[in-house]
Write a protein that binds this ligand. Structure first.
Ligand code: PLP
Length: 365
């Protein structure tokens, strides 16, 4: 792990620290994107990506941030009312996108930090006909992890497709697209994939794409039917972000060498270590730090930690930054009350220890 960033080492929940060799990969020369060289590159990327999604489906690669593939999900979902599961700022954004794309949207909101539970969801879905639900896997504003497999099963029993944002979950948390019979999953490059921002990825089931081809006004840039057709030919509909793809190719090699299951386990261990640390440092300093997501539903990739009321996160994170470590402020309505540790991407228990030591040092002073 490169620890030479002049701005300090990033433990932000996006963008995450990017290794020097990954940045260097982006300096390779351009290639023509309509030709065999690009098709071979795209094919190599597919071989690296499909094992991460645990799928045999093609993975769409979009030159947009993850929000682009959120919008694609809504534009291409079967017509009808949408139920948005909201438990933080990013799941609220998914609901907002659905309504700005002209959908009738109902929000099923639970307290920030909580997750959605199946009996309650089933009841909501029985009250009204929905054709799609939106859900965030790892809610990056709160560090809560939804059980997307159970949520998707529940949606299917009620005849709705399940649109899953796994932006901060993917590549750091177990996800099995084929075995779990998911409809649609999207992610971005700058979270647990530890790449620069600018790429998003999505994957859709065959039946989702079949249904999408009958949906009108899907637009052009975020048309999944088109992305699907091009991906099958190892192509993208418009000019790909080549430099970012070079970085992706190298990173996929590293991830393959580690193994995706080992990567999931490493993230789990980092989350457990963070939880253990906050209990210890609270005892030691008498300052009460609390992970706002309850035990059992904490995300492996991000911890959102409530600070004592007399210590605003802006003050805390600035003091941590002076020690060479960049942790995140809270997000949305939790901005000042919490800070966030993005223990994701290429971080290890060892690099995390330096982050926690810097946090401890501020709390002790
Ligand atoms: C970061 C993030 C997004 C937004 O991603 P952009 O790349 O900024 O468009 C959406 N959902 C979740 C859960 C995120 O963590």
């Amino acid at each position: 792990m490169n620890l030479t960033n002049a701005f300090g080492t990033f433990f932000l929940p996006g963008p995450t620290e990017v290794r020097q060799e990954i940045l260097a990969a982006m300096t390779q020369p351009m290639i023509a994107h309509r030709g065999p060289d690009f098709e071979q590159l795209f094919d190599r990327l597919q071989r690296g990506l499909v094992p991460l999604f645990k799928t045999e489906r093609p993975v769409y690669i979009s030159a947009s941030s993850a929000t682009g593939m959120m919008e694609a999900a809504i534009r291409c979902a079967p017509p009808g009312r949408v139920l948005s599961l909201v438990n933080g700022a990013f799941s609220e954004r998914f609901a907002h996108i659905a309504s700005m794309c002209g959908r009738d949207v109902d929000r099923y909101e639970v307290a920030w930090g909580q997750i959605h539970t199946i009996p309650q969801l089933d009841e909501r879905l029985s009250m009204r006909k929905y054709t799609a639900i939106t859900v965030v896997h790892s809610e990056t504003s709160t560090g809560a992890l939804n059980d997307v497999r159970a949520i998707s099963d529940c949606a299917h029993r009620r005849g709705a497709v399940c649109l899953i944002d796994s932006v901060s979950g993917f590549a750091g948390t177990e996800l099995r697209f084929d075995e779990w019979k998911l409809d649609y999953v999207l992610t971005g490059s700058q979270k647990a994939l530890a790449l620069p921002p600018g790429l998003s990825f999505a994957i859709a089931s065959p039946s989702f794409i079949d249904q999408a081809s009958a949906v009108s006004a899907r637009g052009v840039y975020f048309d999944l039917v088109e992305l699907d057709a091009y991906a099958r030919r190892n192509q993208t509909p418009s000019t790909p972000a080549l430099s970012l793809l070079y970085a992706l190719e190298l990173q996929l090699k590293s991830i393959a060498a580690e193994g995706i299951e080992a990567r999931w386990a490493r993230h789990k261990a980092m989350a457990a270590r963070t939880q253990e640390w906050l209990v210890k440092i609270s005892d030691e300093t008498g300052k009460r730090l609390v992970n706002i997501a309850p035990l059992g539903s904490q995300s492996p990739t991000v911890s959102t930690i409530r600070l004592p009321t007399n210590l605003p996160s802006e003050t805390f994170t600035a003091a941590v930054a002076k020690r060479g470590i960049v942790v995140g402020n809270g997000y949305g309505k939790l901005k000042s009350a919490t800070f966030r540790v993005g223990h994701m991407g290429d971080h290890t228990l060892e690099t995390l220890e330096r982050c926690l030591a810097a946090c401890s040092s501020v709390l002790r002073s």
